[in-house]
Design a protein around this ligand. Sequence first.
Ligand code: PMP
Ligand code: GLN
Length: 385
Amino acid sequence: MPTYPGRIPSKLPHVGTTIFTVMSRLAAEHKAINLSQGFPDFECAAELRALVTKYFNAGVNQYPPMAGIPALREAVAEKIETLYGARYDVEDEITIVPGATYAIYTAVATLIRPGDEVILFEPAYDSYAPAVEVHGGKPVYVQMRYPDYSIDWPAVETAITPKTRAIILNTPNNPTATVLSAEDLRMLEGILKKTNIVVISDEVYEHIVFDGHQHQSVTRFPGLAERSFFISSFGKTYSVTGWKMGYVAAPRELMAEFRKVHQFNAFVTNGPLQYVFAEYMKNKDAYLQLAAFYQQKRDFFLDGVKASRFKPLPSRGTFFQNLSYEAISDEKDTDLALRLTREHGIAAIPVSVFYRKPPAHRVLRFCFAKSEETLAKGAEILSRL
Ligand code: PMP
Ligand code: GLN
């Protein structure tokens, strides 16, 4: 290919390849146990795969409706109402989308004009700031307090300016594995009351909350639900991250604008898979038992590393366990993550990459959405360090 003769000014000059891609690639190269990128290493349910065969042969392979097939939107509305007590209109307030990342990006595209500010909590999931910056927005960061990663609500209030258009919330949180309490959401509800700020609520781990705690969705709080995009992902809930499907619920005024952008971007979401989920969602146990399933994996992994010199930070939700290595090394987490992969055959995610200015915390994030065999091998390596 000849070289491009012009020059395109980058819209994301500071962005490289995501840490997930980098670490998974390195893990593959070194045949390391990959506890870095967050995805299950086990197969999804056989019933789900059988439904794929059924619906790919059911004559539904052309464009589905722009907002999603009615049966799936109905299933989503019913689920949200049963779990969180909020009723969204099937016609106007629910949209099926190609994944949560897409939903976040589209919500940002819907709301953000050049110069608008968006409040993010740091450490922040890596897609948030670039989505804001591509649209000319400015991320404004509020730090979660290390080591419990709690939120300083007065600091949130201080961060609000007349330019604040949105705030991106993520509970259960990636990468901190913390969950917000009802009190946290009430604080936010109070702070936003007299503003027009919209909440983009990333709740992809809504079903993975541990130790008997309840997931606090924005949809439970009327003062938040009225101004929020609620976003979830089928990928996390059904162990099919490669299918890239999720859904968004929002009040009709917000959703109408969201759909204007969506219809010229993806336009629709994979049709046959929508039929698959519409049927599979009848099996409520599949998501109601997910927390217990992952809690067992968390505890298995924790048990495996308990004699090691790593110190676990609390994992209250998601499928991540953060381990502090303060007793082991002074290295930067990015250096240690590379060294562990290359020299010891285990890959993790350095938590500092989720900050603009890496703090001195010495923490690595390990994904336990893995088979016990993988977790046991990983824990054994960590115990030798
Ligand atoms: N938000 C968070 C916090 C995530 O951890 C992930 C996925 N790993 C996503 C969004 C993206 O979900 P999806 O694959 O449905 O785009
Ligand atoms: N969200 C997943 C993680 O945190 C990875 C998704 C991705 O690779 N973009 O590990």
